[in-house]
Write a protein that binds this ligand. Structure first.
Ligand SMILES: [Zn+2]
Length: 340
């Protein structure tokens, strides 16, 4: 039976030590290695395994910084279990400061399970999924960040295909460690109209189908590593490890109720101009209240996007330049409060 790189590195590591390396994927024309970098802590005692994937989208970097700060703060000699960080699953997108690898411009989170002899992005998907499945961690956290046109508070997302053995409620206590503004179940049913694209190609979809519990954290904003957001990530990883029994000690976060969102939508506008937001991420907006207004280039208010029903602002636009059809907010239409 062949072993994978990270599985082999963990098996070879002495208890209570740290190992680092790169999973080889291929090479550039110049000969430079293309690979998936990782850091792994093998605990002194056996226990559960947490896997943090720092990014799938190359310009979303807060999660990488938080994950590396977190593992650097851990003493492997005191852990019961293992922590694996794959810093970037998309090294060519990361180097280029782009969401997608410029070589093929495919979205990695729509490319899983990938192909061993596929396009660049499919190679990344194939190798990461193979490495994770070989180790079979108890929990995987897939880190993302908000796009630069909008602002949000940290939130979490999971996909729950009807036939998946992993169900949302088992993820909620771990999500609460990040004190998310909302915890969203993303509909993967055809015609949900939520986000266009191949949902089954997402890392969390594939792993939840494989029985490996996985969710996404939207931490911070693209191409930024805001210190407060990094701290939220580090604190969240630590409490996840306490809940998994990998790290000792009392929980540092105290969220008791999650706002579990089951329907979301975007808010496109009809008029071009300059959008001025009037609401903040995480806030409830009542039916009939304006989300903001659009000022025409001649200075007139030409549109007030208005809540058709009560909703929660997940993200709201901060780049004011909008054209007809652009989105000014990402909102939750249906939610319940669930205890954790
Ligand atoms: Zn992303």
């Amino acid at each position: 039976m062949s072993t994978t790189t990270i599985q082999a590195a963990l098996a070879a590591a002495a208890p209570g030590t740290r190992v680092e390396g790169t999973v080889p994927v291929g090479n550039m024309a110049s000969g430079a290695l293309i690979g998936l970098p990782f850091v792994a802590l093998r605990g002194a005692r056996p226990g559960k395994t947490l896997w943090i994937n720092g990014q799938v989208h190359g310009n979303e970097v807060t999660g990488i910084v938080a994950a590396l700060e977190f593992v650097n703060a851990q003493d492997a000699g005191r852990l019961a279990g293992n922590i694996v960080v794959t810093s970037t699953a998309n090294p060519l997108g990361f180097d280029a400061r782009r969401k997608n690898a410029p070589q093929d411009d495919n979205d990695l989170d729509m490319s899983f399970p990938g192909r061993a002899n596929g396009y660049t992005t499919e190679l990344f998907a194939h190798h990461l999924l193979r490495e994770i499945r070989a180790v079979a961690p108890d929990l995987v956290i897939s880190m993302h960040a908000q796009g630069t046109q909008t602002t949000s508070r940290t939130y979490t997302v999971y996909k729950e295909p009807p036939e998946a053995p992993v169900r949302g409620p088992q993820l909620f206590p771990y999500m609460a460690a990040f004190e998310p503004s909302v915890a969203c179940r993303m509909s993967v049913l055809p015609g949900s109209g939520e986000i266009l694209g191949n949902h089954s190609g997402a890392l969390d979809y594939q792993l939840n189908m494989a029985g490996i519990p996985t969710f996404m954290v939207e931490l911070g904003t693209g191409q930024r590593a805001d210190p407060a957001e990094v701290l939220r990530g580090v604190t969240g990883f630590a409490d996840v490890c306490r809940r998994l029994g990998i790290v000792d000690g009392a929980l540092q976060t105290g969220m008791r109720v999650l706002r579990h969102v089951t329907r979301r939508g975007h808010f496109p506008v009809a008029h071009g101009g300059l959008f001025r937001p009037r609401q903040k991420p995480g806030e409830v907006v009542r039916a009939g209240e304006a989300l903001g207004e659009i000022l025409s280039i001649h200075g007139h208010v030409v549109e007030r996007p208005t809540a058709p029903q009560d909703l929660i602002i997940i993200a709201i636009r901060v780049d004011p330049v909008v054209h007809s059809g652009d989105r000014v907010a990402y909102v939750a239409y249906e939610w319940t409060e669930v205890p954790v």
